[in-house]
Design a protein around this ligand. Sequence first.
Ligand code: PXP
Length: 239
Amino acid sequence: MAVLNVNIDHVATIRQARLADEPDPAWAAMECELAGANGITVHLRQDRRHINDRDVRVLKETVAGKFNLEMSLAEPIVKIAEQVVPDQVTLVPENRAELTTEGGLECAGNLKRLIYVVKRMHKKGILVSAFIAPDEKQILASAEAGCDAVELHTGFYANAKTDKTVEKALNELRDARDIAVAAGLIVHAGHGLTYRNIQPVARIEGLCEFNIGHSIVSRAVIVGMQKAVKEMRRLIEKL
Ligand code: PXP
């Protein structure tokens, strides 16, 4: 069965909205693991808009399952990964103005830098995954760079509106899986996956790991709301 890593970036987004100390991503990570998450994913962005350096250090110490650090190829972030030593890094493109990671990593065009970063991660015993579009050129470049895995970008599938475009996107993921497996890569998937669209992707054999964030954090806010309000009501009534 495929494993689920929960991306908790948006727990930190709520904290940063007030520059406060709650909610703490480390506590959220523990709740995720208690509920059966196999791992925790965070993206340490160069602008530190949600997850910060302290979160990454604390999560390294507290996550019991896989700790997967999403990061760009930027040198200061690569150095932090070398110091923290997560179980896995997922290499992503990063554009300062974007709301979330937009496309996949351009592995073919950044091969020299990619090879260098992969070597440095391997020296520390860190597994390396590259977040890429389900595209043959990018898959083969990831393999050439020495990556252990690729995370296939499911955003195209998630954004597909008609049965025909959904089926086309699923076929692209299946084809990409075949190319990746033939190239010796482990295959992960993520981005834009929700409670409504996960099952057709989860049925694709050979996808070993899903990284899901926004939809799970969004649902947690809603399903936890009654309990949170009841607790506050009780404190007011207990005067
Ligand atoms: N995988 C990667 C590489 C990502 O960059 C993200 C978003 O941070 C995710 C998965 C999770 O995407 P979502 O929040 O849409 O579930």
